[in-house]
Design a binder for this molecule. Sequence first.
Ligand code: PBG
Length: 344
Amino acid sequence: MSSEFSKSKDKEGVSFLRTRRTRSSKAIRNLVRENRLHPENFVYPFFVVEGDGVREEIQSMPGQFQMSVDNLLDACREIIECKISAVILFGIPHAKDDKATEAYAENGIIQIATKVIKENFPELCVITDVCLCEYMDHGHCGVVEGNRIVNDSTLELLSQTALSHVIAGADMVAPSDMMDGRVGHIRKILDSNGFPETPIMSYASKYASAFYGPFRVAAESTPSFGDRSTYQMDPSNSREAIREVAIDIEEGADIILVKPALPYLDILSKVRSEFDIPVAAYNVSGEYAMLVSAMKAGWLDPEKAFMESLVSIRRAGADFIITYFAKDASRRLLGDFDTPLSWM
Ligand code: PBG
């Protein structure tokens, strides 16, 4: 490199290598741009509640709403106008217990929401989050005995939940609980019930993160005791993420998710370079809240900061991004700068 470098200098020792040439006009910058955002790279999350006519702003996530199924349809119309092709559903049930009964109830909130969305918008890809925390009275992602979160008895409940979502019409299931063996267990149950073609997106490397705080307000799923560190990953670890992903791929995961996104771009990049499977990232509630509060305060440029964050996630290697910014980003990408940003 150094000899090549000296060849690129003139007699006076001035380099004629100029990286600024490819930045000299907008057109040239566009030509050499390495990573792009597109509405089709986004998945938009919905928080579905029971009842009628509910559209309540989530205090910890300005511009995001808990919605009843009737209002979900207008929201889907908006999503489709924004050219976004997928949503992920989170449910807030009317009742919680220690078996998460509402998670796999035939007429549970997600099962109904899925059915209604698919009836009205068959082309919209409905992904369901498969987890028990919103449905358990203690708020943990698994069955609790004493103060332990028990792995193997949780698997059956998770699989029943996934199956009930797919029966309702879900196009993809996304287990986010971090129990061992759940991808394989869900795969087996789906296959033996006639759904061998339904993909599983596994939250394979999901960290025990403080950045889920605003979501837990939205989904009413804060654990009543302890935390999630016996099942979600230690934020200090990176080799372990590769192991988690390898295991989930072996169990049959079709898409791998890294979560959170922004504080874990190194993990995303590593997973991307190790595996040839589609990789997604979850730009979580805390990342949203952090940026939105600074943009609202005028400390960060509200038109630029969130777009730069999103492209950084693509640059690190995500094929697509689950993000609360999906609608706003899509509008801007489609050239609509008039619709106000939803959190402003
Ligand atoms: C359910 C689940 C959580 C999130 C997605 N699925 C919360 C958690 O694990 O505590 C977080 C999403 C977000 O913060 O936006 N287990």
